[in-house]
Design a protein around this ligand. Structure first.
Ligand code: AMP
Length: 195
């Protein structure tokens, strides 16, 4: 099963990935996590990415395309994967199609989780509160200013990715305002024919 999860920050992509990983025994490939690892390790990519991520803007296409291309070659991704946070631009979506085509593969589905903006802001504030209460440090881009920039980047650069996948018939939209279990059920319904 090769899936893409689309949705603004706070839509629940990570939450839904958790059971998808278990059910299909496939890894969740999050470009955000890969970039945060690079930032923490102060690699050349991390050094370039950090200020961009802190502002809530998108890291250059060529960087994220490069790390994704490398990641999907890994042994654990041979049987499929869940892409979370990639592609975020039409150029990234086109690059992904090209990468998969070269391997004689295609995506099984693209699932877009829709949530309205006030709910996203409330979820972000809640996530920060819970992180701090558990004694951890909140993400440096989980503050109102950077979060608004992330939402803006989503509307401007990632929303067109939905149209890209709608044109190829891969796009399924689910209601991310529903309770977690209901969203899970809706995704299960979408994926059942591809199993
Ligand atoms: P995320 O964890 O998916 O919310 O990503 C955190 C941040 O990493 C984003 O706000 C971007 O700065 C950067 N990032 C993650 N994935 C991508 C991507 N596919 N394209 C560009 N930037 C990305």
């Amino acid at each position: 099963m090769r899936l893409v999860l689309l949705g603004p920050p706070g839509a629940g992509k990570g939450t839904q990935s958790a059971w998808l990983r278990q059910k299909y025994k496939i890894p969740q490939l999050s470009t955000g996590d890969m970039l945060r690892t690079a930032v923490a390790a102060k690699t050349p990519v991390g050094i370039i990415a950090k200020p961009i991520m802190d502002r809530g803007e998108l890291v250059l296409d060529e960087i994220v395309i490069g790390i994704t291309a490398e990641r999907i070659e890994a042994e654990d991704a041979k049987g499929g994967f869940i892409l979370d946070g990639f592609p975020r631009t039409v150029a990234q979506a086109e690059a992904l199609s090209k990468m998969l085509r070269a391997k004689g593969m295609d995506l099984d589905a693209v699932i877009e989780i829709k949530v309205d903006e006030p709910a996203l802001l409330a979820r972000m504030a809640n996530r920060v509160r819970q992180t701090i209460a558990s004694g951890q440090v909140a993400r440096s881009d989980d503050n109102p200013e950077a979060f608004k920039a992330r939402l803006k980047a989503y509307q401007a650069q990632t929303a067109p990715v939905s149209d890209y996948y709608a044109r190829s018939g891969l796009l399924h939209t689910v209601d991310g305002m529903a309770p977690i279990e209901a969203v899970t059920q809706e995704i299960e319904g979408v994926l059942a024919p591809a199993e």
